[in-house]
Design a protein around this ligand. Structure first.
Ligand SMILES: Cc1cc2nc3c(=O)[nH]c(=O)nc-3n(C[C@H](O)[C@H](O)[C@H](O)COP(=O)(O)OP(=O)(O)OC[C@H]3O[C@@H](n4cnc5c(N)ncnc54)[C@H](O)[C@@H]3O)c2cc1C
Ligand code: SF4
Length: 571
């Protein structure tokens, strides 16, 4: 078989060993909270808010939960700082969480009244009519999830939730196979891991319930899945989305999705994905490109695909006279139903949202599922704690009987056929939509993204040179993400450093933030067939925007120091 699979060069990491263990602080030094929620995204914050609503009617239980009944641990500088999404949100979860609030009070930017899907060729944009049903967004709201996160964070704090920003949950605390909380990460180490003058060690945060709402590629979620044997039938896999926000002179009047160009159609490269262009009120648009990480060309870069995409005449017209005001990148779990964990709860712990793969990829929707799951977790936890139990299995049952699993089950075989190329894949996926999931039946197996052999095969040939007006390089984009991580921050990326050129090039091209580099002379030697074909990969961890792609493609992202990474405000 041609090429080299990144999976052949696994990262130096042993998650259950390194990231799971009993509390280590002396008992009187531990921070005690009632319910610890890891992640201040839609899942975690909806869970926190719902908990406060329920506890209002449970004074006895609230008393038992101590001084801090509900705490949210968030690694970003503030809730929302690490959130990136399209975002075209279904309103069901907001309605359920805030039943008495008028929708005009929600932090939304545009109500979808018109939407369109186009098939792009290099020069043309052909409208798809009738529109595939999975692209219908009428009645949804366009939001900036970075802003929604901040707003939900404020609502949570007003309701009495204790939010710990700039704090990573580094280790899952487990005693006798019961989850009893998390240990937060140290702060103030130098590049070699040595403590600086401002060093602060992490602490054990012990809780009666722990909710993992870490989002895509959750650090503790992975460790917990290994430790408790929770992995689903198929391995999880991911898409990578790169997004920009543009100020534009002319308002956009519809939600737009595109398929086709600039992705190549042949099954050989496995390039699956598409774009979204969403109005963000009168003067801004969100524009993003999402592509599967199971692609096989080591020179493929989603960031550069987005730059190329913006030069299409149809797209350029929307951006003309405008200016880019924000940029970011993040992965989305796309393994679907068969890749969801075998169980969403174990004694002492629940997993909610993207961390549990609760995403409907054909519809590109996850926000409302994450919020509903967070609320279900809150309800199951309160019911159990009222009976002095830490068994949250009712949450598992609730999710499986809900529209979360039902919707995701309907599209269970929709992503896989695209491995056979755009047209065949598209035809099978359409059949699945039309038959509401009845055809193709059975279980189409999936491979991990990192198991696909990589070849350097020409994807980069067409990428435009950055002009600073429509197209931008990766480094100026990292700046536009608000990332101001200090240069001497410890390295949080685990990879094998000496790998074949194909693997190294995969990481260099894939990473939207230019974290990986191959020294010039080594690149030249490997390209000219000198040496053993391997190169040394250099890492610049401070550029990392924590999109998670490296974990999908053969490395491992561990949490950096709390507060590091992007400071998203508009994406
Ligand atoms: C490009 C793109 C476009 C999308 N478009 C849409 C769309 O249009 N509509 C839609 O409904 N969905 C969309 N989605 C999916 C949607 O954004 C997610 O499903 C949703 O954000 C999941 O919410 P969550 O709370 O589970 O996780 P997240 O939103 O990822 O939040 C997780 C939070 O946990 C924090 N965290 C993680 N690990 C730790 C740790 N160990 N310690 C402390 N904090 C931690 C993170 O910093 C983050 O704030 C899109 C996603 C992407 C990437
Ligand atoms: S190094 Fe950071 S930004 Fe780059 S691919 Fe990995 S997680 Fe994403």
């Amino acid at each position: 078989m041609r090429g080299v699979a990144p999976a052949q060069f696994p990262p130096p990491v042993d998650p259950p060993q390194e990231f799971i263990g009993p509390p280590t602080d002396a008992e009187d030094e531990r921070i005690e909270v009632g319910i610890a929620i890891v992640g201040g995204g839609p899942a975690g914050l909806a869970c926190a808010i719902r908990l406060t609503q329920l506890l209002e009617h449970e004074p006895e239980l609230t008393e038992k939960l101590g001084e801090v009944p509900v705490a949210v641990i968030e690694k970003g500088k503030t809730p929302g700082a690490h959130l990136l999404s399209g975002a075209n949100m279904r309103p069901s979860a907001m309605r359920e969480l805030f039943p008495d609030m008028d929708e005009s009070e929600w932090p939304v930017l545009w109500k979808v009244e018109k939407d369109a899907v186009y098939l792009l060729t290099k020069k043309q944009a052909l409208p798809l009519k009738p529109m595939p049903p999975n692209f219908r967004n009428h009645g949804n709201y366009v939001v900036s999830i970075a802003q929604l996160g901040r707003w939900l964070g404020e609502k949570a704090e007003e309701a009495g939730v204790y939010i710990l920003p700039e704090t990573t949950a580094d280790k899952l605390l487990v005693e006798d196979r019961i989850v009893v909380g998390v240990r937060t990460g140290d702060k103030g180490r130098d590049r070699d891991g040595q403590p600086l003058s401002n060093f602060e060690p992490g602490s054990d945060v012990v809780a009666k319930a722990t909710v993992l709402a870490e989002g895509t590629l959750g650090h503790l979620t992975f460790a917990a899945q290994d430790y408790f044997d929770l992995h689903g039938d198929d391995p999880q896999r991911w898409e990578l989305g790169v997004k920009e926000v543009w100020e534009v002179p002319k308002p956009l009047d519809r939600v737009i999705h595109t398929m086709g160009w600039p992705l190549r159609k042949s099954a050989r490269w496995n390039e699956f994905g598409g774009s979204f262009i969403y109005p963000m009120g009168e003067d801004k648009v969100a524009i993003g490109f999402v592509a599967g990480l199971d692609n096989t060309d080591a020179s493929f870069s989603v960031h550069d695909v987005l730059q190329e995409f913006k030069l299409h005449p149809f797209v350029k017209k929307i951006l003309d006279g405008g200016k880019r005001v924000a940029w970011g990148a993040k992965t989305i779990p796309s393994g679907g139903y068969f890749a969801m964990p075998r169980k969403f709860a174990v004694p002492g712990m629940c997993i909610a949202g993207d961390a549990a793969g609760m995403v409907n990829i054909p519809e590109l929707k996850g926000i409302h599922y994450a919020m509903h799951a967070g609320m279900y977790a809150a309800e199951a936890i309160v019911d159990a704690l009222k009976q002095d139990s830490i068994n949250y299995e009712a949450y598992d049952k609730r999710v499986r009987e809900s529209m979360i699993v039902q919707d995701i089950y309907r599209s269970r075989n929709m992503r896989q056929p695209f491995e056979h190329g755009f047209f065949l894949g598209g035809a099978i996926a359409s059949a699945m939509t039309i038959t509401r999931g009845a055809f193709p039946n059975g279980h189409w197996r999936q491979e991990p993204d990192a198991a696909h052999p990589m070849v350097i095969d020409g994807a980069a040939k067409h990428y435009p040179a950055p002009d600073g007006k429509y197209t931008f390089d990766k480094l100026s984009s990292v700046f536009a993400s608000g990332n101001a991580t200090r240069d001497d921050a410890p390295n949080h990326i685990r990879i094998q450093r000496k790998v074949p050129l194909e693997v190294a090039q995969t990481w260099v091209s894939m990473c939207p933030a230019q974290v990986y580099e191959i020294p010039e002379e080594e690149l030249e030697a490997a390209q000219n067939g000198h040496g053993d074909g391997t190169v040394d990969v250099q890492v610049v961890p401070s550029n990392c925007v924590q999109c998670g792609a490296i974990t999908a493609k053969g490395g491992r992202l561990t949490p950096p120091e709390g507060g590091d990474g992007p400071l998203y405000t508009q994406v």
